[in-house]
Design a protein around this ligand. Structure first.
Ligand code: NAP
Length: 268
């Protein structure tokens, strides 16, 4: 069975619009997106944010740099200090020369993707960060739309990066799940997949997980993105899945929710 995000996204958009109208959210706050160098993934993420922002009537301002320039710091400083800005997003990949300095300088309250040490530290120590990374948050939202209570569930994450795996570990521990983290050096990934109740995969390896790899009643949340035969696909060959196995499609899964959750964080 396919677990799509369309309905959840529609409901969220409606809730955000209502909250802007009744003044709970400040719809005048601006989102600033910084993009560095040619990267099709970053360009498409930016495009999605502009589109979702337009639908919600939120001002999304974009900055693009083809190469390193002192202008990056000047633009960033102005937006970071502006009261009109609700949030800042640094799209990966970020120029290595500026990555740490930008993250160190960012106001944690504007750090929509939870990349500052303050927000990471708060999340990793079980406290309340201002913002949680949007991709794992979207994946968990989708997971909980199907399994409300994760207590005691055997959950396998395939990814150990700060973008996906590390925040997910802490979000899932907070839900009382039993969490196993796998990566490229894991000895027997297939054995881990076969015993998991729920799998979050973010390898970026097209169609590398199929129906036979997981339990008969497994829930699989596919965060991975890759290209196959000129099309955007996930880690999971979801069309091979049985009706008893639940899987998020790519496109149409967590990725579609990420933009909306991020824009909501900007208004909060
Ligand atoms: N849907 C969305 O909104 C969204 C947003 C952001 C990213 N993504 C996608 O999510 C994926 C992960 O992003 P990322 O930045 O974390 O990517 P990344 O830096 O490439 O990390 C990939 C992770 O998968 C592990 N891995 C790779 N091949 C493996 C294998 N054969 N067996 C087991 N583990 C394997 C890697 O292990 P090692 O640590 O050992 O290398 C690493 O932890 C990408 O496909 C990206 O495009 C999606």
């Amino acid at each position: 069975m396919e677990l799509r995000s369309d309905k959840i996204k529609e409901k969220l958009v409606q809730e955000i619009q209502e909250k802007i109208e009744n003044g709970t959210y400040n719809g005048k706050k601006r989102l600033c997106v910084f993009r560095f160098g040619k990267d099709s993934g970053a360009a498409s993420y930016e495009k999605g944010l502009l589109k979702t922002g337009k639908n919600l009537g939120i001002d999304v301002r974009t900055y693009y740099y083809e190469e390193m320039t002192p202008k990056i710091f000047a633009d960033f400083k102005a937006e970071n200090e502006s009261d009109e800005v609700g949030g800042i997003l640094l799209l990966e990949p970020i120029f290595k020369e500026v990555e740490e300095d930008l993250k160190d300088a960012m106001d944690p309250k504007k750090d929509l993707d939870g990349v500052t040490l303050y927000n990471r530290g708060a999340l990793y120590s079980g406290k309340n960060p201002y913002h949680i990374p949007a991709t794992p948050r979207a994946a968990l939202t989708l997971c909980k739309s199907y399994v409300k209570d994760l207590t005691g569930k055997d959950v396998v994450i395939i990814n150990r990066t700060t973008v996906v795996g590390k925040p997910l570990i802490h979000l899932l521990l907070k839900e009382n799940a039993t969490v196993t983290v796998c990566h490229s050096k894991t000895k027997d990934l297939k054995a881990q997949l076969k015993r998991a109740d729920i799998i979050f995969t973010a390898m970026g390896r097209a169609h590398s997980i199929c129906s036979e790899d997981v339990k008969e009643d497994a829930l699989v949340i596919d965060i991975g993105l890759d290209m196959k035969d000129g099309k955007l696909v996930g880690d999971v060959d979801y069309k091979s899945f049985k009706p008893s196995q639940v899987v998020t499609p790519v496109p149409g899964g967590g990725g579609a929710l990420t933009n909306t959750l991020l824009l909501e964080s900007c208004l909060k």
